[in-house]
Design a protein around this ligand. Structure first.
Ligand SMILES: CCCCCC/C=C/C(=O)SCCNC(=O)CCNC(=O)[C@H](O)C(C)(C)COP(=O)(O)OP(=O)(O)OC[C@H]1O[C@@H](n2cnc3c(N)ncnc32)[C@H](O)[C@@H]1OP(=O)(O)O
Length: 394
């Protein structure tokens, strides 16, 4: 349902008309292509053409259209930044704000060009296909359940070792937002299958190999910043049940959880240098504080892999359990914790987290902006291509 809300929200946001719906009638489109300087009339035509697109252009394009429309009509973003859990408004604000001081005329031209490219790639057959572009409700990459006062968010791409694709980032944000408001007392993140998570899905970078790489890097940085922001701001006790090995962002974000329970089968590593990347998830700040600076360096710079017991000795993991009794022991304990008074738990978390919330958001912003540059480096692109072409495993 939350996903349906986001999709519907974005479907509304990219076009000024309140009548915009997710399905598009199939209509032959007539375009004023390649106008060097878009007139107000071209702009208005483009706005009308947007409503006739047959295929849903996807959320990123819709956000771009929204931002260009706002820039063309109102100029640079001048509204207050929405809260981190107001996902749709925040995504819109971020995209508009990213346009900086782009002149209105250029934004108008870009809007017209973008609509033009969408329209020319949109097939037309003269038939309306009801429901063809409608997404089913629910999560595609997660299984979310709630019982005994605990909301469990299970990463559910076991055949890909629960690698986090863009869809999963968005769905985790939505699931956290929903869990922050439901009547559960504790929220758990865990993985389905033999891995907790293999981290960022490296195919997220596939598009970087072709065209518009700067734009993709910028959008990825925005997505990452919002994603990590949800962990910083999450108001209830957040527990990681680490059911197997964890890599990359699934390790760094552990520093933002309130407790981390791990099977003794798990390992923890962040191969950022191997990938030509740099730390994220606030780990550049949390890891040196949780461990010692030099232990953090071994993980974050040299990519040292820790066993669960080593991670526990370093303070990253709260407690390690034998794999054979892991699930039983952890869930028994969590069910007992979930009987504690919810307001006391919430307020205690607030007292602990509030001391450094602002700092964490600043660190998050800085890490994302450094990464945005890193993603464009040869070191990063080569490492990703190596993985995808199976020359190397990290
Ligand atoms: C929007 C952008 C935000 C960016 C945030 C920044 C985040 C950074 C990071 O998280 S860095 C860490 C990235 N992760 C990795 O580098 C891990 C890469 N994977 C591996 O090294 C290995 O797959 C493994 C050690 C996790 C597991 O090895 P093995 O047991 O031999 O299994 P397979 O390699 O055969 O994997 C099975 C299947 O899963 C696919 N897969 C696994 N991990 C990933 C991944 N991270 N991205 C994409 N795909 C992954 C793998 O390709 C196999 O698929 P296939 O069966 O071939 O279709």
């Amino acid at each position: 349902v939350a996903m349906a809300h986001l999709v519907a929200g974005l479907a509304r946001c990219w076009c000024p008309s309140p009548l915009q719906v997710i399905n598009f009638p199939v209509v032959q489109l007539h375009m004023s292509l390649m106008a060097m300087r878009a007139s107000q009339k071209d702009f208005e035509n483009a706005m009308n053409q947007v409503k006739l697109l047959k295929k849903d252009p996807g959320n990123e394009v819709k956000l771009k259209l929204y931002a260009l429309y706002k820039q063309a009509t109102e100029g640079p973003c001048n509204t207050p930044k929405p809260g981190v859990f107001d996902l749709i408004s925040k995504a819109k604000w971020d995209t508009w704000s990213a346009l900086g001081s782009l002149p209105k005329e250029t934004a108008r031209q870009n809007y017209v060009d973008l609509v033009s490219s969408l329209s020319s790639s949109s097939k037309s057959s003269g038939q309306v296909e009801p429901g063809a572009d409608r997404k089913p409700p629910g999560y595609e990459t997660l299984v979310v359940t709630s019982e005994d006062g605990i909301t469990k968010i299970m990463l559910n791409r076991p055949t890909k070792k629960n690698a986090m694709n863009r869809q999963m980032y968005h769905e985790i944000m939505l699931a956290l937002e929903a869990a922050s408001k439901d009547d559960s007392r504790i929220t758990v993140i865990t993985g389905n299958g033999d891995y907790y998570s293999s981290g960022n899905d490296l195919t997220n970078f596939t598009d970087m190999a072709s065209g518009k790489v700067e734009e993709l890097a910028k959008n990825s940085a925005i997505l990452l910043r919002n994603f990590v922001g949800c962990f910083i701001d999450f108001p209830k006790p957040l527990v990681a049940v680490v059911n197997g090995p964890a890599v990359g962002i699934s390790v760094t974000t552990l520093g933002l959880f309130d407790a981390v329970y791990s099977t003794d089968r798990a390992t923890f590593h962040t191969p950022f240098s191997h990938l030509g990347q740099s730390p994220e998830g606030c780990s550049s700040y949390t890891f040196p504080r949780i461990m010692s600076p030099s232990k953090a360096t071994e993980m974050l710079i040299f990519g040292k892999k820790l066993t669960a017991r080593e991670a526990c000795a370093q303070g990253l993991v709260t407690e390690v359990f034998p794999d054979s009794t892991f699930q039983k022991e952890v869930w028994t304990r969590l069910k007992a914790y979930a009987k504690l008074p919810p307001n006391a738990m919430r307020i205690s978390k607030e007292v602990i987290r509030n001391k450094e919330k602002e700092k964490l958001h600043a660190i998050n912003a800085e890490e994302c902006s450094v990464l945005q540059e890193r993603w464009l480096s040869d070191e990063c692109m080569n490492a990703v291509m190596n993985f995808l072409s199976r020359k190397a495993k990290l």
